[in-house]
Design a binder for this molecule. Sequence first.
Ligand code: TYD
Length: 205
Amino acid sequence: MKKGRFITFEGIDGAGKSTHIQFVSGMLKQAGIEHIITREPGGTPLGEQLRDILLHQEMSVATEALLMFAARQEHLEQKILPALRQGIWVISDRFADASFAYQGAGKQFSWEKLEQLETWVLGEVQPDLTLLFDLPAKIAEERRSRTHEPDKFEQEKSDFFLRVQAGYLKRAETYPERFRVIDSSQTIAAIQSQIADIIQSMIDT
Ligand code: TYD
């Protein structure tokens, strides 16, 4: 059986991931490709409990990084890898790149320690494709304030999000083969036509 593909969605809060996840899911459905949509932190019962703690309680950034990777360990073992093995595609709303962007770049936690955690938890596993939604931090902030009450991370100041965005771009430079950086200041139609090309070529190969 052919292994499933692993697609992750990343970007600063307010960059529009959620809308585009639904779009990609619709494309896969039309192509008759079985897939699941999941998220981080979260994705498993324990992971969702950790999410609740991570998004609402204050803690040191080291604890935060460890809990993010603890949730990720569960997520990989219980949900992502079993699905991929069965040929099911996995769409994840955030994955390990988010820890580098938020804890690493945003909160200035050691990049090297994050790499150690990544090696430990992920081993050789990397997404097949990462769509990074890139939007000026100022515009993302305006979008967030219009849509919902902010969680712990969303209450951070603008310069935090500038650092997060830079952290994501640094990861994109490190892994150019799996990253596609999408300019999210374009219209939704333009963004989706770009995504459609990327996903279609994945379906065709
Ligand atoms: P997000 O997935 O954007 O959910 P929602 O769309 O419901 O707001 O929120 C999760 C938050 O967790 C987001 O602010 C980024 C943060 N986060 C980290 O700081 N590190 C991580 O490793 C992950 C996966 C998320």
